[in-house]
Design a protein around this ligand. Structure first.
Ligand code: GAP
Length: 448
């Protein structure tokens, strides 16, 4: 759905090209022609994604005393997926065009009578149900009894361990369990770069609350916290919306649901879902496993099943959002009237893959190179740094394109005044800063 007047300032082709050129994201197994729905993170992308995950973990686990971290296995007992409903309900309707042989999700088609790719009329096969879970075999036999699934969401690992975690952590609701991990969905139509993948990472927070009438307050508090998180990391507020699902759009057991959506170049797309899931998940596992997962409240000496507020964010989608949201194109005209374009990624300093680039003005002057390398290695324990040398205009251009907030240049003057030229990405301001004052200067700007 388009929003009048509001458009993304970049195309997916530009993002894909930049991501490859600068080493953020590559197509998986590209030398063999690639494989649909799988991508690899290059040197800068791996750091960017890790920073996004760390920022989520820091805010939702480390800075809270009511949430603990968790890490469950990708392959779980197959009954897990029976209880969760994934075996019976995790289906998409698949439809093929008999002329061009392209495959679509029937609910994604605007016109069910015409193929959007080749334009053929009434060329579709009957819709077929297709389970989205990826299957594998556990053990040496490839038979039905050895069948297992790669998890399609990380949440179920938390639910089946609910009692283990609560008892070992000695906490009582309200209390949350958080995990970041890989999930797999055999999507019929992966696409839009890393938006819809077959292998992706989720950051899920399952927050359990007592049924004391304050559950909707807890739901709204999590929505506000997540809003703040996106804003703290610089995601533009006019490109983010919190869409409240109607009762008809929510699963029957959910009391409330919000989809966090971002305005991608092709329109609004879901980044995260926040849902009030009641006791649905724990009830389902209790029923199938016949194990009592209820919480025992010492004060009232009663057992009860807590209600669940879930926040589930895709880390690949969030990383892609950070890339798109940071993208800016600036046209400048030099004194001779020549137009130049500068692409800048304005990452928040906390997630920028490189925070400080240190340059030597000349590559063939050992005294400059040594000084610049020494400054860079001195800063490395405290900041994400990179050393480079050569043509200063090209060096700035490269760092702008990867979103580095601060560049330092060691030049001939440095040898006399023990200062470097510091250039800020956002203001383009340049100033001389003494080497001894660098750490204070950088701390102010980068650690926030
Ligand atoms: N446990 C709840 C759950 O999994 P979901 O809405 O299916 O809910 C949560 O998924 C988030 O996981 C989505 O908002 C999205 O960011 C991410 N996600 C889901 N499917 C994805 C896919 N095929 N590729 C990339 N990310 C995906």
């Amino acid at each position: 759905m388009e929003t009048p007047g509001l458009k993304s300032n970049v195309t997916m082709d530009e993002i894909t090209a930049l991501a490859k050129r600068r080493g953020f994201i590559f197509q998986s197994s590209e030398i063999y022609g690639g494989i649909g729905g799988f991508y690899d993170y290059g040197p800068l992308g791996a750091i960017l994604k890790r920073n996004v995950k760390d920022a989520w973990w820091r805010e939702n686990v480390e800075l809270r005393d009511d949430v603990v971290g968790f890490d469950s296995s990708i392959i779980m007992h197959p009954l897990t997926w029976k209880a969760s409903g994934h075996i019976d309900q995790f289906h998409d309707q698949m439809i093929d065009c008999k002329v061009c042989k392209h495959r679509f999700r029937s609910d994604h088609l605007k016109d069910a009578t015409q193929c959007p790719d080749c334009g053929s009329k009434n060329s579709f096969t009957e819709p077929r149900n297709f389970n989205l879970m990826l299957k594998t075999f556990v053990g040496p036999m490839e038979d039905t009894a050895s069948e297992a699934y790669l998890r399609p969401e990380t949440a179920q690992g938390i639910f089946v361990n609910f009692k283990n975690v609560f008892q070992s952590a000695r906490k009582k609701p309200p209390f949350g369990i958080a995990q970041i991990g890989k999930s797999f969905r055999n999507e019929i139509t992966p696409g839009n770069f890393t938006y819809r993948l077959r292998e992706f990472e989720q950051a899920e927070l399952e927050y359990f609350v007592p049924d004391d009438g304050k559950d909707m307050d807890a739901f709204r508090e999590w929505v506000d916290r997540r809003k703040k998180w996106y804003s703290d990391y610089g995601v533009k507020s006019d490109r983010l919306r919190f869409y409240e699902l109607t009762q008809a759009e929510r699963p029957h057991y959910a009391k409330a649901g919000i989809d966090v959506e971002y305005l991608f170049p092709w329109g609004w797309g879901e980044l995260e879902s926040i849902a009030h899931r009641g006791t649905y998940d724990l009830d389902a596992h209790m029923e199938l496993s016949k194990k009592d997962l209820r919480f025992f409240d010492e004060a009232s000496k009663t057992h009860y099943t807590p209600l669940l507020i879930e926040s589930s964010a895709g880390m690949d989608r969030t990383t892609l959002t950070m890339l798109i949201d940071a993208f800016e194109r600036e046209i400048s005209v030099d004194p001779n009237g020549k137009q130049t374009e500068r692409i800048v990624l304005r990452f928040h300093p906390k997630i920028a893959p490189v925070q400080v680039a240190v340059f030597s003005l000349a590559r063939n002057k050992p005294e400059l190179v040594e000084r610049a390398r020494a400054i860079e290695s001195g800063l490395r324990p405290s900041y994400r740094t990179q050393y480079d040398e050569g043509n200063i205009g090209q060096l700035y251009r490269r760092q702008d394109e990867i979103g580095t907030p601060i560049c330092l240049t060691v030049d001939y003057e440095t040898l006399d005044d023990r200062a470097v030229t510091v250039r800020e990405r956002d203001t383009m301001r340049q100033e001389r800063i003494e080497i001894d004052r660098l750490d204070t200067y950088l701390r102010d700007r980068l650690r926030g």
